[in-house]
Design a protein around this ligand. Structure first.
Ligand code: PEP
Ligand code: MG
Length: 925
């Protein structure tokens, strides 16, 4: 019989930490903690397979599940010495929580205090000796169950929660401000009112049967796997929808039974900076959700738990350190103290900022806890961009006093216009992707995800640094200031008031996620610490601790990676920056970008109508190009430089308004009708192929000749200066070997002429971009002539998928929401389609030229998943924009480490079965 339920607790545990695919992260870690003897309230986990079954079978469960749940409930009763639904003795109460394979903090639902009803609440009151506690639990349970299971949660941001409204009215009537000041009689009355609200809204009585309540909780948690915020979170984090969540049902322990009780969440190292030492939030006499929901301002564990509960603090510290050593990673721990007894409710590897990732990983290697390859493998490569993020410049802040100060929940500096509603922020961003938005909310709830995603910074008036959404915003690398209670927000009026001054939607503010400061207006930002060391040299490495960790990590990554890493750079400055960030060469110089400063000379060339006129117009361009190439060759100091011949969307370079056309005509001394006619002829239609790529050089070979001459003359000049030069001349958008051969001849003839006249020769390669499906499938023929391939995956995606890179923005959101595209194909390579074309090209190319040099220079060259794919298919290097280089270096190292691991695992499998075959297919059958 299939096993769907796994028990854990001191009397026996079925699972362990290795089973997270089946038990989810929470379930696997609860099992592991129980196994190593930590105090874990007993419970059971319903596997992720049940979630998959649930959705595949019209929200039904496998028939075996009921019996297995009943058996596991009996086991909890036995271990905890309490009965579920007991009307005579202290009853067992349980919680019901989600737990996916990768944690999705706050995205799914939870129900606490299951098992309370009109009878058991009386027993709980009597046996605990605390009537207020019992009725408070019941009040919370009915509210939570109503919201989560009976779907009475507000549907829009301005809707009121019916239960919160009743609670608010009761507090007003009684004349108190805090929930904790309500007396048992008020809570009893509230439960009555809550139940009436349930009946009114759902038409049914609130369920009194404890087992019915458990099944309600289980169904709600499985149901929450497909709620909107969970789906958005999964899309953002590349978590497949078919993984499903597990459900954990666990005996309740109480942090709200008086002042000897507490509840809290803690990290073993700082989640924002990575510094060593326990940090976290706790509340005396409270339930877990109070700490993370941001309703009561929690206390800092590191500041006061040792004073308030010294014995529990010592025990907690020991357990936390044991867990960090056991998992060898920063732990994010939930705990409850019930009458001075510590209970562990959860541990997981902590979500953290890129800063914390790097600092903690490097520290842990230096402490001997992990090895460099473990450090590299665990850091999400994209997070490194956070270290290259702007900070407020000292000069920008000069004379500015902070408007308010909150908790520094996510590092980084952000300046932008205030938005109060996440959906409005999202709409503003969709209208203008450059919009700078600061999302301002009362609490950081997970519902805000869509708005947080598009915001540069997040500011909240309440909620601690450990609130769910604060964790999420840190993970997204957003500057975030939480718990800023000096601001008072009015959603309806769309204003916030600080020290009597009102700030409307659209007003500018700035938030500093490093210090927690909030400033009025726009504050200029300046480069990150890493870039201050590497680019402007305004900081010495010795004074830059973040840089030191970054540097250490990068040097380890470079030791492991096999893929070369190059940059896409168009001028000497970018080339220098690229070297500072680890580039081993240039993988793409877009020569058309070099003409941005000489646009009229370039236009004269485009508009020429005869070969003679064009050759004349090319003369000044040759000089500019040669100077640019010399600058790049000098900056690159002997590293290879791939220069792509012109590939301009021509119509972008010509004037479009009548006035601009008339001005150009005057400058060039030609009739304005001629300019207008040529502009018209050059107009290119979506998907803007026209004279793109090698077609330009084939129709106008004098352009290719000029460029090849400029490259070779620059090489000669720089070689004469004693600098090594290795140009790689690249033909764009060839789909046919005949196109390539045509251009190759023009290039080689020009090179021979230059080198012959100069008496100096440079080595050089001639290769092509692979940007068309036809180029992939005829790559064997092309490789007979081309010495290297560079995959132009921007165009290969465009031509392979048949979607235009210029207008896909109008429907990509829908495509992603419908999960037609798992990711934006222009950011993350479509491995199944475009990737398959690349694989064909690699195999075919190597079949006729075994040493054909292989690279990628489309935007995907800086995307971690795509870099790993490039490693897998055997490319020699990836090329990306300079600021993506650290990401590419780390992702390349991760790919090499993973490959080694996979090979070792395959070898182990073959060795253990004793057969001689390499794939072990014979023993798998
Ligand atoms: C590409 O197509 O991937 C490429 C690098 O060229 P461009 O973006 O200039 O078309
Ligand atoms: Mg291209």
């Amino acid at each position: 019989m299939a096993k769907y339920v796994y028990s854990f607790g001191k009397d026996g545990t079925d699972g362990d930490a290795t089973m997270r695919n089946l038990l989810g992260g929470k379930g696997a870690n609860l099992a592991e903690m129980a196994k190593i003897g930590l105090p874990v309230p007993s419970g059971f986990t319903i596997t992720t397979e049940v979630c998959t079954y649930f959705y595949a079978n019209g929200r039904q469960y496998p028939p075996e599940l009921v019996a297995q749940v009943n058996e596991a409930m009996a086991a909890i009763e036995k271990t905890m010495g309490k009965k579920f639904g007991d009307t005579k003795d202290l009853p067992l109460l349980v919680s019901c929580r989600s737990g996916a394979r990768d944690s999705m903090p706050g995205m799914m639902d939870t129900v606490l205090n299951i098992g309370l009803n009109d009878k058991t609440v009386e027993v709980l009151a009597k046996k605990s000796g605390d009537e207020r506690f019992a009725w408070d639990c019941y009040r919370r349970f009915v509210q939570m169950y109503g919201d989560v299971v009976l779907d009475m949660k507000p549907k829009t941001k301005t809707d009121e929660d019916p239960f919160e409204e009743l609670l608010h009215k009761m507090k007003e009537k009684v004349g108190v401000t805090e929930d904790a000041d309500l007396k048992p009689e008020h809570l009893k009355e509230l439960v009555k009112q809550f139940k009436a609200a349930v009946k009114k809204q759902t038409g049914h009585d609130f369920p009194e049967d404890p087992m019915e309540q458990v099944w309600g909780g289980i169904g709600a948690v499985f149901g929450s796997w497909m709620n909107d915020r969970a789906m958005v979170y999964r899309r953002m984090n590349g978590i497949p929808h078919d993984w499903g969540t597990a459900v954990n049902v666990q005996a309740m322990v109480f942090g709200n039974m008086g002042d000897t009780c507490a509840t809290g969440v803690a990290l073993t190292r700082n989640g924002a900076t990575g510094e060593k030492g326990i940090t976290g939030d706790y509340l005396i006499n409270a339930q877990g959700e109070d700490v993370v929901a941001g309703i009561r301002m929690p206390k800092r564990i590191e500041d006061s738990l040792h004073k308030e509960m010294p014995k529990c603090w010592e025990q907690f510290k020991a357990v936390a350190m044991r867990l960090e050593n056991h998992y060898k990673d920063i732990q994010d721990i939930e705990f409850t103290i019930e009458n001075q007894n510590l209970w562990m409710l959860q541990t997981r590897n902590a979500k953290r900022t890129g800063f914390a990732h790097v600092r903690a990983a490097v520290d842990m290697v230096n402490e001997g806890l992990i090895t460099p390859d473990m450090a590299i493998a665990r850091i999400p490569a994209n997070d490194l961009t956070q270290l290259l993020q702007p900070v407020f410049s000292g000069a920008g802040l000069k004379g500015k006093t902070p408007l308010a100060k909150g908790i520094n929940a996510g590092p980084g500096a952000a300046t932008g216009q205030i938005y109060y509603q996440p959906d409005e922020a999202e709409a503003a961003w969709q209208k203008d992707n450059n919009a700078r938005i600061i999302l301002v909310r009362k609490e950081t709830t997970p519902e805000d995800l869509r708005g947080m995603k598009v915001a540069k910074g997040i500011l909240t008036s309440s909620g601690g640094a450990a609130s769910h959404a604060a964790l999420v915003s840190r993970q997204m690398g957003k500057a975030c200031v939480c718990g800023c209670d000096a601001i008072s927000i009015d959603y309806k009026a769309e204003t916030m008031t600080v020290k009597g001054k009102v700030y409307k939607k659209g007003d500018w503010i700035s938030v500093d996620g490093f210090s927690g400061n909030v400033y009025e207006g726009e504050v200029p930002t300046s480069a990150s610490e890493v870039l201050q060391v590497l680019f402007d040299k305004s900081l010495k490495p010795a004074d830059a601790p973040i840089y030191q960790c970054f540097h250490q990590l990068m040097s380890w990554a470079d030791r492991f990676r096999k893929l070369g890493v190059r940059a896409n750079a168009d001028n000497p400055k970018e080339s220098e920056q690229a070297i500072a960030l680890g580039a081993q060469g240039i993988g793409l110089t877009r020569t058309e970008h070099m003409f941005f400063d000489h646009i009229d000379d370039f236009r004269a060339m485009i508009l020429s109508e005869t070969v003679e006129a064009r050759e004349k117009a090319l003369e000044p361009l040759l000089k500019y190009q040669q100077a640019d190439f010399e600058g790049i060759f000098r900056a690159m100091a002997g590293r290879p430089v791939t220069i792509r011949l012109l590939d301009p969307p021509l119509h972008e370079f010509v004037p479009h308004t009548e006035k601009d056309q008339a001005d150009l005509a005057t400058k060039l001394g030609i009739p304005k009708e001629t300019v207008a006619r040529r502009v018209n002829e050059l107009h290119e239609f979506n998907p803007m192929l026209g004279h793109r790529g090698c077609r330009l050089g084939i129709v106008y070979p004098e352009i290719t000749r000029m460029q090849a001459t400029a490259i070779c003359q620059a090489a000669v000049q720089v070689i004469k200066e004693g600098i090594d030069v290795h140009p790689e001349i690249m033909v764009p958008l060839a789909g046919n070997v005949a196109e390539f051969r045509h251009q190759e001849k023009v290039i080689r003839d020009a090179a021979a002429k230059v080198f012959g006249e100069a008496g100096v020769t440079s080595d050089y390669l001639v290769g092509t971009m692979i940007e068309l499906p036809r180029a992939c499938v005829t790559a064997d023929k092309i490789a007979e002539a081309a010495e290297f391939f560079s995959f132009g995956t921007n165009d290969l995606t465009q031509t392979g998928l048949g979607i235009s890179r210029d207008d896909y923005g109008t429907y990509i959101n829908e495509y992603q929401e419908l999960d037609i595209f798992p990711a934006d194909p222009f950011q993350t390579l479509d491995q199944e389609g475009v990737g398959a074309l690349m694989k064909i090209a690699v195999e075919k190319g190597k079949s006729t030229r075994s040493d054909v040099k292989l690279g990628i220079c489309g935007e995907h060259g800086g995307d971690p998943a795509s870099v790993k794919f490039c490693h897998k298919i055997g490319l020699d290097y990836v090329s990306c924009s300079p600021l993506r280089l650290p990401v590419a270096r780390l992702a390349a190292a991760q790919a090499a480490i993973q490959e080694k691991k996979d090979k070792a695992a395959a070898k182990k499998a073959t060795d253990s079965c004793g057969c001689k075959c390499c794939c072990c297919c014979c023993c798998k059958g």
